[in-house]
Write a protein that binds this ligand. Structure first.
Ligand code: ZN
Length: 499
């Protein structure tokens, strides 16, 4: 090794002197070596007209250790880089056609699929060099130069990120996995997909604010082929292929060439250390979309399903008694909560959620929304949605208007699906358990959405009787979300507000 080093040093010095004489005016030679996870070795870098150039042979050495395992060959005046063992085709990636001698008059013609481009290649000492800036044209990777840290990043694009996941507790949102300088690009991409799916009109101020936040989106799931982002009540799936170039370096396949610049005392030339690192996609822990998913009983699609819904809570003394009943009979319900009530009893919302119940939005202060300015109405919705998120890590993605009063404008701007009901128990009016019981049992059928309020003892008394009887009759008590999924969409639910 020592001998080799000595030999190389002598050779290098000779080469440098030669270089200095021949190319002093425009091509400056830089000593460099490769280290890191790739086999260690010296590589040659030139600075030609101020551009950092790298030997094609060295490019091949670097690329060999990437996933594609490129092969490299020199045939007479042709340099050929082929895809290596991971490539089943027979495609020459690069071939150089020597047109004129000299370091500035070679052209490299390379083909990737149908793409064919010419790159200026320099011939120096019978070797071929190309500008590092042009590397991306060959290996189809993003190249970025971080001059502050003297690093060149070669980013391999990621086709799928199925193995990657993120721990939402510690993540601070999905934004963390993107390179901060590309967050804007990611936002634009999400926006574009959102527009395609829901239309521009549904892009409410609340959603825009979510997307503009630093964490980008706090609630998300990494799927096989893309990221599912929850933007309040809407969700968007962004394919990895559309955003892979924006991922931060620590989670993508990449090779780094680090160039540490400094003046060599001996030779008076610029020294460049080139460090190539090859890093595989890292695996992070998975973020559950719904934390209680998996614990819930499986729904039998052949049996009837109904949604019990409770408005105006949560309320100490009554809500927990309803939850006790639901828990006992493996039933779920949907609670359309009022923000001011949530603030008084957040632990009840937590328990509702943990039991697999769904939290719906019933405004912040229970006003007649249509009597408010659009801005105020939006705030009524987003305030409660944020409260729910703070407690559960999930947004309330459905809503029910206080007094059933809703305008088209509020509905559109909210970005939420709004629901009324198909069976009204009039529990608020009668305050009579028997009447509530009869209202339900005499009318209930598959797909019903039943309206109650978790404020009254009489309602709880009715629930204690109704839930076991419904279970006995084979009714599955599910959340609105489950009902919507089972019935093939919100518009198939009786009580869905369509206008
Ligand atoms: Zn209400």
């Amino acid at each position: 090794m020592l001998r080799r080093m000595t030999f190389l040093t002598i050779m290098l010095t000779l080469v440098l002197i030669f270089c200095f004489i021949v190319f002093a005016k425009s091509a400056e030679k830089i000593t460099a070596y490769v280290s890191g996870e790739v086999e260690n070795g010296e590589i040659t870098v030139f600075s030609v007209d101020g551009n950092k150039c790298i030997g094609l042979k060295d490019v091949a050495i670097i690329l060999k250790d990437t996933e594609d395992k490129f092969d490299f060959k020199v045939e007479d005046n042709t340099v050929v880089i082929k895809y290596g063992e991971n490539y089943s085709g027979d495609l020459n990636l690069i071939s150089i056609e020597k047109k004129e001698p000299g370091y500035s008059s070679l052209y490299m013609n390379f083909q990737i699929g149908r793409k064919s481009e010419e790159i200026n290649v320099y011939e120096i000492e019978n070797e071929y060099f190309l500008m590092i800036d042009d590397l991306h044209k060959i290996i189809n990777c993003e190249i970025s130069v971080d001059s502050e840290n003297s690093k060149v990043y070669i980013n391999k694009k990621i086709e799928g990120l199925g193995d990657i996941s993120i721990d939402i507790e510690s993540s601070g949102g999905i934004g963390r996995i993107f390179d901060s300088k590309y967050i804007g690009n990611v936002r634009e991409k999400v926006k574009q997909i959102f527009f395609d799916v829901y239309g521009e009109k549904s892009f409410s101020t609340a959603i825009q604010e979510k997307l503009n936040s630093e964490e980008l989106c706090h609630s998300f799931e990494l799927l096989e082929n893309g990221i599912r982002l929850e933007l309040f009540t809407k969700e968007v799936i962004v394919p990895y292929s559309e955003i892979s170039e924006f991922f931060s370096f620590d989670i993508k396949n990449y090779a780094i060439i680090s160039m540490f610049f400094g003046e060599s005392e001996d030779m008076g030339f610029w020294n460049t250390n080139i460090v190539v690192e090859s890093v595989a996609v890292k695996s992070l822990s998975r973020c559950p979309y719904t934390k209680n998913k998996g614990k819930l009983p499986v729904i039998d699609p052949s049996r009837p399903v109904i949604a019990l819904t409770f408005d105006d809570g949560p309320k100490n003394g009554t809500t927990e008694r309803i939850l006790d009943v639901l828990e006992k009979y493996d039933a779920r319900a949907t609670f359309f909560v009022v923000g001011t009530m949530v603030e008084k009893a957040p632990e009840l919302v937590k328990r509702e959620y943990d039991l697999g119940c769904q939290i719906g939005n019933h405004s912040y202060s229970h006003p007649i929304l249509t009597k408010l300015k659009l801005e105020e109405a939006n705030e009524e919705v987003s305030k409660t949605s944020n409260l729910v998120f703070d407690i559960t890590g999930d947004y309330a993605r459905i809503a029910r208007p206080p007094y059933g009063s809703l305008s088209h404008e509020i509905k559109e701007a909210s970005g939420v699906e709004w629901f009324n009901w198909s069976i009204d128990t009039y529990d608020w009016k009668t305050r009579n358990a028997d009447s509530v019981y009869k209202n339900i049992m005499n009318n209930v059928s598959d797909g019903d959405v039943i309206l109650m309020h978790d404020l009254y003892g009489s309602t709880v008394d009715a629930v204690e009787k109704v839930v076991p009887e419904l279970a006995e009759k084979g009714f599955q008590m599910v959340t609105m979300k489950e009902l919507i999924e089972l019935k093939g969409g919100a518009s198939n639910i009786s009580g869905h507000i369509k206008k």
